[in-house]
Design a protein around this ligand. Structure first.
Ligand code: 2P0
Length: 326
C-alpha cells in the first residue's frame, strides 16, 4: 500500500477568500486559477501496519507541526477505505519553502492523490478535488492543470464544491514571473486572515457580492484570450481581496514596501504597452502574469526593484500525476 504523486502550485486570478462552512472547508466564493509548471510537490505515502502514529517528513525533516493536519486529512481517506493503518508521508517541494510561496495547495493535492492511489480508492478527478479541498481549499484547484475553476457549490455536504478545467494550458501559454520580496514565514496565515476578514471587515459582504460578475468576466477573457480584459479583472479581484482584509479589525496587511514598488513597476510596464498584470496572495510576494514575449523584460524590471530578493519564471503546468509503487 504505497504510491507517489506530484502536484503543482496554483495562483488564483479570481481569488478565494472566506468560507461558507469551516468544517468541510467550503468557500464563500468560487475562484479561478492557473496551475504553475515550476513549483511542484512530490509526495510518497506508505501505509505500514507496524507504525503506531503517522509520520510526516517534509523536505528531509520530520515535521511534527504539520503531522496533526496531515493525520486528520488522512483519517478522511482511512474512513472511506475502512482501514486504520498509519502512514509514512515523505514530501519534497522543488521550490524554496522559505520563499513563502503557497505549498499547501500542491502539498494537499499530491497527498490526496498519493493516499487515494495507495488505498485503491479509484476516485474521479472531481471526487479527488473534493477530497483535496478538505486538506486546504486551494488544493482543490491543483488537481487540475492549465486554467482551473473551483465552484463554490451550494450543498451542505460539499459534493458540488470541486474544481475543473476551464481551458488546458496549451490554450494560452502565459508566463508567470514571481518576485520574492521576503523569505521569512508570514505573520498571518490564510485561514486566520480569512476568518478575521469574514468576522470583522465591513467590506467582506461586498467582496462576496461581486464575485460572480468577476468570474464571468475572467472566464470570457480566458476563453477569448483577451489579455487586457483578464488584466483588468484579475487586478480588480486581487486588490478587492486585499482591501477586504485591510479593512478587518485589526487590519490584515500582507504587503511590504517592495510588494508595493513591484505593483507600481508592473503598472508602469503595462501603461507602456507591455502585456503584464500582477496578482498577490496572502503574503508579500508579487506574481506577474504576462505574454511570453514580455517575460524577459518583466523579469529584469522586477529583479531591479529594491527589496526583491529573487525572481522565478515559470509557465503553466499540468494536473496531478500519480504512480503506484507496490
Ligand atoms: C487563493 N488564497 O485563491 C487565495 C488568495 C490566498 C489568497 O487560497 O484555509 O491555504 O487551507 O482553505 O487554500 C490560500 O488559502 O486556505 C488561498 P485554507 P488556503 O489562492
Amino acid at each position: 500500500m504505497q504510491a507517489e504523486a506530484t502536484a503543482r502550485a496554483n495562483i488564483a486570478l479570481i481569488k478565494y477568500w472566506g468560507k461558507r462552512a469551516r468544517a468541510l472547508n467550503l468557500p464563500a466564493v468560487g475562484s479561478l486559477s492557473i496551475t504553475l509548471d515550476g513549483l511542484a510537490t512530490q509526495t510518497a505515502v506508505r501505509f505500514d501496519a507496524a507504525l503506531e502514529t503517522d509520520r510526516v517528513v517534509l523536505n528531509g525533516r520530520e515535521d511534527e507541526a504539520a503531522a496533526g493536519r496531515v493525520s486528520r486529512f488522512l483519517d478522511l481517506l482511512r474512513e472511506r477505505a475502512g482501514v486504520k493503518t498509519r502512514v509514512e508521508v515523505i514530501s519534497h517541494n522543488n521550490f524554496p519553502t522559505a520563499a513563502g510561496l503557497a505549498s499547501s495547495a500542491s502539498g494537499f493535492a499530491a497527498l490526496a492523490a498519493a493516499a487515494a492511489t495507495a488505498l485503491k480508492l479509484d476516485l474521479s478527478p472531481e471526487a479527488l478535488s473534493v477530497l483535496a479541498r478538505q486538506g486546504s481549499g486551494s488544493a482543490a484547484r491543483s488537481i487540475f492543470g492549465g486554467f482551473v475553476e473551483w465552484h463554490r457549490g451550494e450543498r451542505d455536504d460539499g459534493a458540488d464544491s470541486f474544481a475543473e478545467v476551464l481551458a488546458p494550458r496549451e490554450h494560452w501559454p502565459l508566463q508567470v514571473v514571481i518576485a520574492i520580496t521576503e523569505t521569512a514565514p508570514k505573520g498571518t496565515g490564510s485561514t486566520d486572515g480569512m476568518t478575521q476578514t469574514e468576522f470583522t471587515s465591513p467590506y467582506f459582504d461586498a467582496w462576496v457580492d461581486g464575485q460572480e460578475a468577476d468570474l464571468a468576466d475572467a472566464r470570457a477573457a480566458i476563453l477569448s484570450r483577451d489579455f487586457e480584459k483578464l488584466a483588468d479583472v484579475a487586478e480588480f479581484s486581487c486588490l478587492k481581496m486585499h482591501a477586504s482584509a485591510l479593512a478587518a479589525r485589526p487590519g490584515v496587511i500582507y504587503w511590504n514596501g517592495a510588494t508595493l514598488e513591484a505593483m507600481h513597476t508592473v503598472r508602469t510596464l503595462r501603461s507602456g504597452g507591455m502585456q503584464v498584470f500582477f496578482t498577490i496572495d496572502a503574503g508579500p510576494q508579487l506574481k506577474a502574469i504576462c505574454e511570453p514575449a514580455a517575460a524577459p523584460s518583466v523579469r529584469d524590471a522586477l529583479a531591479a526593484v529594491p527589496g526583491v530578493r529573487e525572481v522565478i519564471v515559470t509557465g503553466l503546468g499540468e494536473g496531478v500525476t500519480t504512480r503506484s509503487s507496490e
